[in-house]
Design a protein around this ligand. Sequence first.
Ligand SMILES: Cc1ncc(COP(=O)(O)O)c(C=O)c1O
Length: 361
Amino acid sequence: MTGRIFNFSAGPAIMPLPVLEEAQRDLLSLPGVGMSVMEISHRSKTFDEIIQGAEAGLRDLLDIPKNYAVLFLQGGASLQFAMVPMNFLSPEGSADYVVTGSWGKKAVKEAQKFGAVNLAANMADGGFTRVPGQDELQLQPQAAYVHITSNETIGGVQFKREPETGEVPLVSDSSSDILSRPISVAKYGLIYAGAQKNMGPSGVTLVIIREDLLPRVRDGLATMLDYRTHVKDKSLHNTPNTWGIYIIGLVCKWLKDKGGLAAMQRENEAKAKLLYDVIDATDFYRGHADPDSRSSMNVTFRLSSEDLEKKFASEATAAGLDGLKGHRSVGGIRASIYNAFPRAGCAALVEFMKEFERQNG
Ligand SMILES: Cc1ncc(COP(=O)(O)O)c(C=O)c1O
């Protein structure tokens, strides 16, 4: 018995149990190495194999084309909010941002420090309940890039397909749905994602960047903030998050064993449907996002009052369903059901929701 509960946390989030078990087993000594992964040099042959293995795992799962570099950086997705414009947006230039929630808003705020931002769509008016259709986007052909948040973790609003941006590079903050479904990496100029939801522990940030964008990087940046540094030095310019990269490698192996991203997508959609079906069944629960834009990672809903939502979250915790309180900025209830979250946990939440409605409806 592990004593583990159903963990609906939005991130850092649940990890696959086999990954935790393997990391635990090898914590004191990697097989044949005699040292913990935390105790070896990032310049050692062993770590070289670990980082190359993690990169190969990601390339395989996401089918990353050869002309893209895979980077393991630090500073979280929040640093990428700044690094993207710092590298690609000049003071005379302009970038398009599609804002579908709080994280996109934060990305805009950083970008405005470096150049002009055109809000190609701002879904704030509708309360961030949906993604815009292609015909709603006010894209500029001369934009340095178009930025989207593929899945807004707080609102639970997700793009089901990428917007068409023509020749303008598409940049995506994919922190909360990376590896949850197959994507066509070739449609993107740059993808970034903090690891702590679907990939591994916090403290390591994945960046996938099309290499032909590198000549556009602005000169004069601090070495560590220049993408070219990390491409050239293969994420080893300084000491990377060795532990985080090791865990990402294990998560990739686990995903491969589970059948890869197409299998993951089927499972994630089936899990989300269990919850959305209960939400849709009566007026007791009110889903936040429009059905077409609903996230398969973060299921968000409201009850009739904040008091009832508080009661829901605290009784759920007592029933072994933890982390359901919505983000402090919006309230409500949020069930984060990333790759590692088991279907049995969704089924348990369904039963809890039905019983809670019987008692409080
Ligand atoms: C979509 C999205 N972007 C950015 C962030 C910020 O990530 P970090 O804490 O890694 O900077 C989060 C964190 O939850 C997120 O969900």
